[in-house]
Design a protein around this ligand. Structure first.
Ligand code: 5GP
Length: 125
């Protein structure tokens, strides 16, 4: 079910549990600010989620309230993951769903990183 991105952060969400090590993930990258892991239901040959380590519901509260260091660290982590996965030359797509109309299901900010094949144009459906 899509989340209301205006609600307060819920520390019981699945990505918070992954950050706390309570449930496993297939990790591809981690640093002070971010964790990246393979999506459990990939929608492209490469489908990785990059999440900040802070308690941010979505791009909305993150962009409004996170520190400069958190924002810089997260944005740099997304780029680092794409480079480490060899996606720059073939190209890739970033996607961040926000709230109900965005189709966000997990209320912890995450950027989807898709690649591994030509991805077509933008939005389907
Ligand atoms: P959203 O729709 O919120 O932008 O995307 C949430 C994503 O999280 C979905 O692509 C879904 O497959 C993924 N996901 C949900 N639960 C888990 C999980 O427990 N582990 C991993 N690795 N991915 C998950």
């Amino acid at each position: 079910m899509a989340v209301d991105a205006t609600l307060p952060y819920d520390p019981g969400n699945i990505f918070a549990k992954i950050l706390r090590g309570e449930i496993p993930c297939n990790r591809v990258y981690e640093d002070e600010h971010a964790l990246a892991f393979h999506d459990i239901a990939p929608q492209a040959p490469v489908h990785v989620l990059v999440i900040p380590k802070g308690q941010w519901v979505s791009w909305d509260d993150f962009s409004a309230g996170a520190s400069e260091a958190e924002i810089a660290g997260f944005v740099r982590a997304v780029g680092t993951v794409a480079r480490q996965l060899g996606l720059v030359e073939p190209g890739y797509r970033l996607l961040a769903n926000v709230g109900a109309s965005g189709g966000q299901e997990v209320p912890h900010l995450h950027v989807h990183l898709f690649g591994g094949k030509p991805l077509g144009r933008m939005i389907a459906g």
